[in-house]
Design a protein around this ligand. Structure first.
Ligand code: FRU
Length: 505
């Protein structure tokens, strides 16, 4: 029996009404509703915001418009989790006010009470966000985005906006937003990483209220096909040495059109970020991972979450009564290929919640391997891992009884991974939705190891242990219930593992 079939009984034990059970049961069972990914109950969501780990709880805030299924006056929605898999919805955290909409930003746990917001031994959570003034925007001004702060003494449930807002005024830059703040231990100060149109600006502060500009990075670096947004700056460990990573989301101008997140490897000295990187690197080459950043207050572990959407069509996707979901949380690490560093993404372990024993096959060769026969029905979320000591053309085809399919694969000649959703179902909401997305293979060895996370309306490919990542959404008219591995020439598979996963709601 699937776990959610037990939910009405469990809720009844908890004393909830039949109506409430019914509601809960239907909600999160709508067509295309992600079963493995966070999504808000209803209406519009975009970027993840203010992710902070505090008191054994992961907080996720998000860009939210509670009154409509398209983007509008931005609020911060809020959810909490103990394991980054199961989520509790919390009341809206921040509402628009006279200074404007509440755009993207971050939250820090001010454990040293540098802001003075902490009271009676209670640590303040401090949110640093962009106030976007729609009136200023409409009147043709360019200085309508400013940075403001708010604090919470009850673990994010209620927030007080600082009376001195905004704390960082716009110097005359049209796109001046998405502050990501972190503590720079060697100099005992806060660093704000801010997207400022076509570059990143760094500011510092001792108290989160007064900010001083330190430096800029990026005008001449990386991809510039669109505006820079939602940055993040953090060190990753390389054998005891800190290597700094700067994430920069860009829209449009992604590798497969529209929105995507690039990253720079370099050094940060408390004042300046520098990088010798000469190529553009993308954290996720797929069309649907944007505006992602990492949780703060997690020590050396860096856990990333992105918005599983693309501004090209996000406001038009055929879901109801909600729009958008987040990616699976991913742990980031450094990898060296030749002399170059790359960031690899690994889905967090907590998703190992198997709905039933896995299907495992080892050491075989195939041109067509039908997994459907082996695992009965694919229906529901699943994880597929495949290891081969060859790197040869193959595809993994998810399909349904209507002949719709999404194909995920590797093309040896092009040395590219891909997601092909050209025949994956509903696509009339955006012309280019059927275009095949491709990504370079970054790994160099002659073997491959990949993991797919398959949900009702998305797939995430982690190839070569997360060196090449692709996320794509799709909207089949019926669930994909078949899965087949195909290869033009026999592919030697060292191990294949298929797990149905428990849905998270
Ligand atoms: C990125 C973004 C941010 C902005 C927010 C507004 O998707 O455009 O730059 O703060 O969305 O909702």
């Amino acid at each position: 029996m699937k776990l959610y079939n037990l939910i009405p009984a469990v809720l009844l034990c908890l004393g909830l009404s039949a109506e409430a059970q019914q509601q809960k049961y239907k909600l999160y069972r709508e067509p295309h509703r992600p079963q493995l990914h966070f999504s808000q109950k209803a209406n519009w969501m975009n970027d993840p915001n203010g992710m902070v780990f505090f008191n054994n709880t992961y907080h996720l805030f998000y860009q939210y418009y509670p009154d409509s299924m398209v983007w509008g006056p931005m609020h911060w929605g809020h959810a909490t989790s103990k394991d980054l898999v199961h989520w509790d919805h919390e009341p809206v955290a921040l509402y628009p006010d006279s200074l404007g909409y509440i755009f993207s930003g971050s939250v820090v746990a001010d454990v040293n009470n540098s802001s003075g917001f902490g009271k009676a031994g209670k640590t303040a959570l401090v949110a640093i966000f962009t106030h976007h003034d729609p009136k200023g925007d409409a009147s043709g001004r360019i200085d309508y985005q400013n940075q403001s702060i708010a604090f919470s003494l009850d673990e994010g449930k209620t927030w007080t906006k600082y009376e001195g807002n905004p704390v960082l005024k716009n110097p005359g830059i049209r796109d001046f937003r998405d502050p990501k703040v972190s503590w720079y231990e060697p100099q005992q100060k806060w660093i704000m990483t801010l997207a400022t149109q076509d570059r990143i600006s760094f500011y510092s502060s001792k108290d989160l209220k007064q900010w001083t500009k330190e430096s800029e990075f990026g005008k001449e670096n990386g991809a510039h096909g669109g505006v820079w947004e939602c940055p993040d700056l953090f060190p990753l460990d390389d054998n005891g040495r800190d290597v700094w990573v700067l994430l920069v989301s860009i829209n449009p101008g992604g590798p497969n059109e529209g929105s995507a997140t690039q990253y720079f490897i370099g050094d940060f000295d408390g004042t300046k970020f520098s990088s010798n990187q000469t190529t553009t690197k993308w954290l996720d080459y797929g069309p649907d991972d944007y505006a992602g950043v990492t949780w703060s207050n997690t020590g050396k572990r860096k856990i990333f979450l992105g918005w599983m959407g693309n501004w090209l069509y996000a406001t038009r996707v055929p879901t109801y009564p909600w729009r958008s979901a987040m990616t699976i949380p991913r742990e980031l690490s450094l990898r060296k290929i030749g002399t170059e560093y790359y960031v690899a993404s690994k889905p967090i372990e907590n998703y190992n919640l198997f709905a039933e024993p896995p299907f495992i096959a080892e050491s075989f060769s195939t041109t067509k391997f039908n997994l459907t026969d082996k695992v009965k029905k694919l229906k529901g979320p699943a994880r597929l891992s495949m290891a081969s000591d060859q790197i040869k053309t193959f595809s993994i085809v998810l399909s349904n009884s209507k002949g719709e399919k999404v194909v995920i694969g590797y093309d040896q000649q092009a040395n590219q991974y891909y997601i092909d959703r050209s025949e994956a179902g509903i696509h009339d909401f955006y012309n280019g939705f059927t275009k095949k997305s491709v990504a370079p293979r970054i790994a160099q060895g002659n073997d491959t190891y990949l993991t797919l996370f398959i949900d009702n309306a998305s797939v995430e490919l982690f190839a070569d242990n997360g060196l090449t990542v692709m996320t794509g959404i799709f909207f089949p008219n019926d669930d994909f219930t078949n899965i087949q591995i195909e290869a033009p020439e026999a592919l030697k598979i060292k191990s294949l593992k298929f797990n149905r996963l428990q849905d998270i709601w």
